[in-house]
Design a protein around this ligand. Structure first.
Ligand SMILES: [Zn+2]
Length: 493
């Protein structure tokens, strides 16, 4: 080893190629990098250099300290410089030590206080000053704007004690506007708190960024973005040149455009150069945007939903027709053939998939299902289906006698398919007419005998939705009356 090239670190020698070391417990924990507008952790910044490199950085920091500081303390914004202790371990020191920095005195600050201090400090960074100057230049070029001020107080018109200091303010064709440069996500709390102030002033607070890359949104805040109808406003050299050449204040607007991809909503990023007075300007919501993302996205979603419902209805319609035609072609009272078995299992699968409907493995497994299907298909066709009767009226009597819980469904199906007159004409003895009266009375008395069967409702809703709805409400009404009656009974007890 070549001892001659080694520096002495207190009692120890330091390899110039080794990593620089920070003190363990520095007073200045965080720095504002005035060149980038970013905050950096002092210890990691120091540790990121080799010893020999840090010595060079130290010189530059010291040289710039008075004219154009490289770093400031994040808590008090005083320029800082780099020093080392006797063990050649590094830390930052305020250029002026007057004991006022909370870091130095170790005074506790709330998170809000720290953020507010940092936000004030960041205004001293080069990017912030540069963007602010571009906003001022852009505004001064447009005769529609007056009262252009930078870093001046805005007193509340309601409460003289309340004031803000926006980066830039102006009076435009649509009223007073405050502009704030947005550089870092750190300050969302600070900036969000300001919205109320400007809303009360009936003014608009506009967030301006220096640049925007949709793939690199570290500098942006999603909250700010989404609350501004997914629009971001940028002022840069190009927009400023355009404003100056046209005599009209322009901004660059980055926004998302929603589109439909199958049943998904997808976004793509776009940007346009827009005259500021063409933006939509909303003081109540403190929004200022070019492209109505929220409105367009809602329209795309509604279209997807409409198509989904149409698809669902088409599937239901196909299933409905399939079930009815299966029932017409089915040969009752005989062993089903292979085609018939396959057709039924396909209908079963579709019913389960689209409606969660559990049909039996074979239709003959369930005589109540057979009776309901016979009744509905007969009502639809105007002649007996599934039973070897001659007349539709016989189907009605059969259901009323053997399957009374299906008779209401049958009656509604007769009306739905316009077969009432046919049935009445076949009712020569008046027996059906008398039955109808008896059924109605029984239902009015809330007797269970002819009450529709809730278990077959899903199938009925699928086959004849209008009839299904009628029975659904009849059952619901009966249940609520029963519930009321039983709770009355409890009170009496
Ligand atoms: Zn400080």
């Amino acid at each position: 080893m070549n001892q001659g090239s080694w520096f002495t670190r207190g009692n120890v020698t330091v390899d110039p190629l080794s990593a620089a070391l920070a003190v363990d417990d520095p007073a200045i924990i965080e720095l504002l990098d005035c060149d980038s507008g970013e905050f950096v952790d002092a210890k990691s910044w120091i540790g990121g250099w080799r010893y020999e490199q840090l010595i060079r950085e130290r010189l530059e920091i010291k040289e710039r300290q008075l004219e154009q500081p490289r770093f400031r303390c994040s808590l008090c914004s005083v320029p800082v410089y780099l020093v080392s202790n006797q063990f050649k371990r590094f830390f930052f020191r305020h250029a002026m030590e007057d004991g006022s920095c909370p870091g130095e005195t170790r005074s506790p600050l709330t998170r809000e206080e720290i953020l507010a201090r940092k936000y004030d400090g960041v205004r001293e960074s080069a990017p912030h000053r540069r963007i602010k100057a571009l906003i001022v230049r852009s505004l001064l070029t447009d005769p529609a704007f007056s009262g252009v001020l930078s870093e001046r107080q805005w007193r509340s018109s309601h409460d003289p004690r309340s004031r803000r200091q926006p980066d830039v303010q102006a009076i435009g064709p649509l009223g007073r506007v405050a502009f704030e440069v947005q550089l870092s996500t750190t300050f969302l709390d600070v900036v969000a708190a300001r919205r109320n102030f400007y809303r009360q002033e009936d003014a608009l607070l506009v967030w301006i960024m220096g640049g925007f890359d949709p793939d690199y949104r570290r500098l942006t805040t999603d909250d700010l973005f989404f609350s501004n109808n997914s629009n971001f406003l940028v002022i840069d050299e190009e927009t400023t040149a355009l404003s100056e050449n046209s005599g009209k204040f322009h901004v660059r607007c980055h926004f998302r455009r929603p589109a439909r991809n199958g049943n998904q909503l997808v976004d793509s990023w776009e940007s346009s150069l827009i005259p500021f007075d063409e933006l939509t300007y909303e003081t109540a919501s403190q929004r200022c945007w070019h492209f109505d993302y929220d409105g367009q996205a809602e329209a795309v979603r509604a279209e997807i939903e409409r198509d989904r419902l149409q698809c669902e209805e088409a599937a239901s319609q196909a299933l409905r027709e399939g079930l009815f035609s299966f029932w017409l072609e089915r040969a009752p009272n005989s062993r089903p053939d292979r085609d018939s078995i396959l057709a039924w299992s396909a209908l079963r699968r579709a019913s389960a998939a689209h409606h969660g409907l559990a049909l039996p493995p074979s239709p003959d497994d369930d005589s109540s299902l057979v009776a309901l299907m016979n009744g509905l298909a007969s009502a639809k066709e105007g002649h007996p289906v599934g039973w070897s009767f001659k007349h539709l009226i016989e189907v009605g009597h059969r259901i009323a006698e053997a399957y009374p819980h299906h008779v209401v469904a049958f009656g509604h199906a007769i009306r739905h398919f316009g077969m009432e007159n046919l049935l009445d004409a076949q009712d020569r003895t008046g027996k059906w007419k008398a039955r109808k009266v008896a059924i109605r009375r029984s239902l009015e008395k809330r007797e269970p005998k002819f009450m529709p069967d809730a278990a077959s409702l899903p199938l009925l809703v699928l086959l004849i939705p209008e009839v299904g709805e009628k029975l659904q409400s009849l059952i619901a009404k009966a249940n609520s009356i029963n519930a009321a009656a039983s709770s009355e009974g409890e009170t009496i007890k």
